[in-house]
Ligand binder design. Structure first.
Ligand SMILES: *C/C=C(C)/C=C/C=C(C)/C=C/C1=C(C)CCCC1(C)C
Length: 270
C-alpha cells in the first residue's frame, strides 16, 4: 500500500535510511557467504544453503526498492530543518511481498536441514509453508490501516494473522520434539537453537506491529516500525541462515563428510 508519511527530524530520517542501507549490505554479504559455504557441506545439505541464499537475495532486492522508495518519499525542508513528505507515497507493500516469498522458504530451510525420514519432509514443509504465507496475507490489511483501537482493523487482522503463527509454533515445539531428540547431542542442541531463534525473531514482528497500540503514533510509530522490522529481518534471514549452516556442517561431519580432511586429488599436488 502506498503510504503518506509524517514529518521526521533529520535524526529519525537518517536512522531509517542507514538501517535500510546496512541491511542491503548485510543481505548481499550473506548471499555470497551462503553460496560459497555450500562446498563445505555434504551434497544432500547443499539445498538448504541454496534456499538460504535465495531468501537473502530476495530480501536484498526488496530492501533496495524500499530504500529508494524511502528516499523519494521525503524532501528536506531546509528552513524548518525537517524531512517532509514529498508527495511521492512510500511503498510498504515491498515488505509484505518479500515476507510472502521468504517466510515459507525459511520454514523449508529448517525442514530440509533436519533430513527427516523419506516422505515426511514434503508434507511438513507444505503445511508449515502454507501457514506462514497465510499469516503474512492476513497481517497485511491491518498493517496498512491506521486505526489504533484494539478492536479496529489493525487489531482484528493482527489477531487473525496470529492464529497460523501459533499453529507454526505449536508444530515446531510439540510435533518436532521427537525428531530433534533422535539426533546426536550436538545436532539436537543446534536444532533446538534454530527453533528458539525462530521463536524470538518471528515473535518480534507482532510486537513491532503493535507499536501503535503502545501509544507510538506519527513519526515515532513510523520509525519504530521500520527499524524494528529491519532488525528482525537481519536476524531472521541472515543470522538464521548462518545457524542453519552450522547445523548442516555438523550433520555433514557426523555423516563422514569432512571438507577439511578431504584428500586432495593427485593433480592438485603436481
Ligand atoms: C524474513 C521475514 C520474516 C521472518 C517475517 C516474519 C513475520 C511474522 C512472523 C509476522 C507476524 C505477524 C503476526 C503474527 C501478527 C501481526 C501481523 C504480522 C504479519 C506482523
Amino acid at each position: 500500500m502506498l503510504q503518506e508519511l509524517p514529518s521526521l527530524t533529520p535524526g529519525q530520517y537518517s536512522l531509517v535510511y542507514n538501517m535500510f542501507s546496512f541491511t542491503i549490505a548485510t543481505m548481499g554479504a550473506a548471499f555470497v557467504f551462503f553460496v560459497l559455504a555450500q562446498k563445505n557441506l555434504a551434497p544432500k545439505y547443499r539445498i538448504s544453503m541454496m534456499v538460504s541464499a535465495l531468501v537473502v537475495l530476495i530480501a536484498g532486492y526488496h530492501y533496495f526498492r524500499i530504500f529508494n522508495s524511502w528516499e523519494h518519499a521525503y524532501t528536506l525542508n531546509q528552513a524548518a530543518g525537517m524531512y517532509e513528505f514529498s508527495g511521492e507515497p512510500f511503498n510498504d507493500a515491498y515488505r509484505y511481498v518479500d515476507w510472502l516469498l521468504t517466510v515459507p522458504l525459511l520454514v523449508v530451510e529448517l525442514v530440509l536441514v533436519m533430513d527427516l525420514p523419506k516422505g515426511e519432509s514434503g508434507p511438513l514443509a507444505g503445511k508449515l509453508g502454507f501457514a506462514a504465507a497465510l499469516m503474512i496475507v492476513l497481517g497485511y490489511p491491518g498493517e496498512v490501516s491506521t486505526s489504533t483501537e484494539l478492536f479496529g482493523t489493525r487489531g482484528l487482522w493482527g489477531f487473525l494473522s496470529t492464529l497460523p503463527f501459533v499453529y507454526i509454533l505449536y508444530v515446531l515445539f510439540t510435533g518436532l520434539g521427537d525428531v530433534i531428540q533422535q539426533q546426536s547431542k550436538r545436532v539436537s542442541t543446534l536444532l533446538g537453537n534454530a527453533r528458539l531463534l525462530l521463536l524470538f525473531t518471528w515473535g518480534f514482528y507482532p510486537i513491532v506491529y503493535m507499536a501503535p497500540f503502545f501509544g507510538w503514533t506519527g513519526a515515532s510509530s513510523t520509525v519504530v516500525i521500520q527499524v524494528g522490522y529491519t532488525l528482525a529481518d537481519i536476524f531472521a534471514k541472515a543470522g538464521y541462515g548462518v545457524l542453519i549452516y552450522s547445523i548442516a556442517k555438523a550433520k555433514s561431519e557426523e555423516e563422514g563428510y569432512n571438507v577439511d580432511k578431504m584428500v586432495q586429488p593427485a593433480s592438485a599436488e603436481a
